[in-house]
Write a protein that binds this ligand. Structure first.
Ligand SMILES: Cc1ncc(COP(=O)(O)O)c(C=O)c1O
Length: 427
């Protein structure tokens, strides 16, 4: 299989300042959308936390792979070998991107939800999961035996509550936590939580869906056991995600899908692969999704992150101070204004439902935001509290604006201006 060796393995390479590449562009930056009156305006996409646009190098990598596209792990033909090599190279790239240990499994999934469900199916019998009510449903719901913790009042309280809950559990235990909230953007103290989990003989799973598009993650340095994320939030909207982490539970767990590729042999009995990757990736995998995901990982890593983080902080700061100056707009936060966060901000607008705001922003201003409870019902209910009136009947919701590569000052200013207009109309 010479061709496998011809694709270079990427090391977890940290570019020096001289090697850093500029932040790549996204597709669709010039998209125009219709607004009231039939005018076309440039689209202000402020919904990156739902799904981010495609990076140009991601689209180019997919286009480059397509002419030789063929079966993976099955064919002896040249194109099959090449496609297989690209798929396996993508695994190395993802491993390097999250700073995984050399022996960690890297399983391609459809998305983060797929990854959490896969992991949930591999937990040793009798495992108790400890999970905060602040989680996205993808990380809140899959676990069979879960202890749910109330939203902590401050980061140290999260560590204290996890400590107490884990101490009370016998048998295998898993702490589940998000690295960056999809509702408030706030960063969680994952290093401290990993430390506490390990002190109690537990493992930690980190939902990095909203973290990896904004910050470098180093699983090894943080001493995390498992992480998962989605390609479509990482500028690679081709239907792949990843679960990365310790092999043993994944090697012993029930194969996620049963079928070709997951088995060594089938006769009277079935002999399943005990390598986690083939064991849980039965059927023809999403090769282009994996190639796209790897291209996004490469493109972000090549920037060196500094410029990317600085630009995001500047833009989110501009947005948050704009929102703070509008009477009737209230930003949602668990841990206060000053707590570090990624480029996500959720808010309510007095006198309007969140759906009314989102529809007006789209229909009148060409701005795309998300409204609702963001698949984090317990958390949003907690943040809104009864004072917002709608919680009891289940209708309370918020507006979320989220930014990333391709967001401009004009997008941010247009949102702030639009909200100023909307709030002025209610007076
Ligand atoms: C923090 C977090 N976790 C998990 C998910 C689920 O991601 P996916 O829909 O790609 O499975 C999301 C999606 O919004 C998220 O924000």
């Amino acid at each position: 299989m010479t061709i496998f060796n011809s694709v270079p393995t990427q090391a977890a390479h940290q570019p020096s300042p001289a090697e850093e590449r500029p932040i790549p562009a996204v597709l669709g930056a010039d998209l125009e959308v219709p607004v009231k009156g039939g005018r076309l305006v440039g689209y202000a996409n402020l919904d990156y936390a739902a799904s981010a646009p495609c990076l140009e190098p991601v689209s180019a990598a997919v286009a480059a792979a397509l002419p030789a596209y063929s079966s993976v792990h099955r064919g002896a033909g040249y194109a099959s070998q090449l496609t297989t090599a690209r798929y396996e190279q993508a695994r190395h790239t993802v491993r390097a991107f999250v700073g995984a240990r050399p022996d960690d499994a890297v399983i391609f999934t459809r998305n983060t939800t797929d990854a959490t469900n896969l992991l949930a199916g591999c937990l040793p019998d009798g495992t108790t999961t400890v999970v905060f009510d602040t989680e996205h449903h993808a990380s809140l719901l899959p676990w069979k035996n879960a202890v749910r913790l109330a939203p902590p009042a401050f980061p140290g309280e999260a560590v204290r509550a996890a400590d107490e809950a884990l101490a009370a559990i016998d048998g295998p235990k898993l702490l589940v936590v998000t690295a960056a909230s999809n509702v408030t953007g706030e960063l969680w103290p994952i290093a401290a939580l990993a430390h506490i989990a390990h002190r109690h003989g537990a493992r930690i799973f980190v939902d990095a869906a909203q973290y990896v598009p904004h910050r470098r993650l180093n699983l090894t340095a943080l001493d995390l056991d498992y992480v998962a994320f989605s390609g479509h939030k990482l500028y690679a909207p081709f239907g792949a995600g990843a679960l990365i982490g310790r092999r043993d539970w994944l090697a012993d767990g029930e194969p996620y899908l049963k079928g070709g590729g997951a088995v060594r042999s089938v006769a009277e009995t079935t002999e399943w692969h005990d390598d986690p990757e083939p064991r849980h990736e039965a059927g023809t995998p999403n090769v282009l999704g994996a190639i796209a995901l790897a291209a996004a990982c490469d493109a972000l890593s090549a920037t060196g992150w500094t410029a990317l983080v600085e630009e995001e902080e500047r833009l989110i700061g501009r947005l948050r101070s704009g929102l703070a100056a509008i009477e009737g707009v209230r930003e949602l936060a668990l841990w206060g204004d000053a707590h570090p966060r990624v480029g996500i901000v959720s808010f309510t607008v007095a006198g309007y439902t969140a759906r009314e705001v989102a529809e007006a922003l789209s229909g009148e201003y060409g701005i795309g935001v998300r409204d609702g409870k963001f698949c984090a019902h317990p958390f949003v209910r907690h943040l809104l509290g009864e004072s917002d009136g709608g919680c009891a009947d289940g209708t309370a919701s918020a507006v979320r604006a989220s930014i990333g590569i391709g967001t401009t000052d004009e997008h941010v200013d247009r949102l702030v201006e639009a909200l100023r207009d909307l709030t002025a109309r209610t007076r």
